[in-house]
Design a protein around this ligand. Sequence first.
Ligand code: BG6
Length: 480
Amino acid sequence: MAKFPENFLWGGATAANQLEGAFDRDGKGLSVADAMPGGKQRLAILGSDTFDWTIDEDKYTYPNHRGIDHYDRFKEDIALFAEMGFKSYRFSIAWTRIFPKGDETTPNEAGLAFYDSLIDECLKYGIEPVVTISHYEMPLHLAKEYGGWKNRALIDFYERFAKVVLERFHSKVKYWMTFNEINSAFHFSALSQGMVNSTGASDFTNVIQAWHNQFVASSKAVKIGHELNPELQIGCMIIYATTYSIDANPVNQVATMIHNQAFNYYCADVQVRGKYPAFTDRLYKEHGVKKEDLDITEEDLALIAKYTVDYIGFSYYMSSAVDITTEEADEVQGNLLGGVRNPFLEASEWGWQIDPEGLRIALNELNDRYQKPLFIVENGLGAIDTINEDGKIEDDYRIDYLRRHIEAMGEAIEDGVDLMGYTPWGCIDLVSASTGEMSKRYGFIYVDFDDEGNGTMDRSKKKSFDWYKQVIASNGEDLA
Ligand code: BG6
């Protein structure tokens, strides 16, 4: 029985800052990602009280500067995606290639020309481009001089950026997303809001204000896009982590409900339903946010209500569990989120708990809540790959992870979920967002480059390359 719809968007996903490199070429300005040090301490450094976005090359490495040289090798990379049979390719536009500092009024033509070539290359192979307008890489100037998204001035800067790229590419690109993982700021606001403690990240009022500004900006992008072409599909993009109570204790169940509201639903409720959810006042109160300190106008609310998103893009890597009854529970690492260790799940080498059933639950929960098409725009296993003596990479662990998640997607489709597509993360190895490591690999395509910056950057196919090719060719039927 064919579970997956005929036009299902099988593909892969990346983000400009993690693969393009060429961080200072052809007029590109510095982004926040260019100021993020490499290594396991990346998030700790960004989360320290003294971090102020200063780039210190004597002290740290900056792996995003070079990425995987995709800027120069994109034709080779897209040819490999085409060989796997990709129907879609999700990538992001580096804001700083178009507006190097973010507050200019004239765009950088060389940046636009690069994305013209990239998009044309996809279209040459019949690959549908899926574009994230902003993926963890706002201009550094806006983070340093304006204090990031808490500043309302960013709405206009983003609107200008979105208008330029939508006008330029709307005839070639149908699928868009306004902000990557907008809800990640609940735990960590440096990547998506450009705020660190020295610019107010630890004050939740700033996070709430920044989100509001992003919601307005997102609605403005939807307005521009739909006025250009009502057929454009413009989505939100959230991290979804299915969240379980550790047990049947009602206090844990309630804590889980509250966590779900705050983390999984707050942003999507606004962007999909067009209004702040009923639990908003309570959320503010619990986080010490006073409504009178927020700048939210009637005009903003009208815009948010009118220009909602067309679909829900989300990333799913892991689930999370809640236990508020003890201080002793094991904390787990996660995709910019925490939680306690779930004894029923295994974890990746980076401690992310693997849970395919949780994806089926996620799909059903989102479908029940929003009744809008869903698009899994990130999923995958970050793992260390080793090259055998014969030069091959047998990444059966990755195949196993993806197979189980695709099976869960099939079940969810049978449950009645409207799922548009699947673009696993890091279809080609790239720089990790949370650690800046190359050794945390997700790809079907191996890139010869290590954490110390050594390697040829040559591309080679892993075992999962042929496996995924067969999955796409059989429209999700042949997962063996
Ligand atoms: C998501 C991000 O959080 O997860 C990506 O949108 C990121 O940018 C991906 O790379 C995987 O996380 P990491 O930290 O393993 O690269």
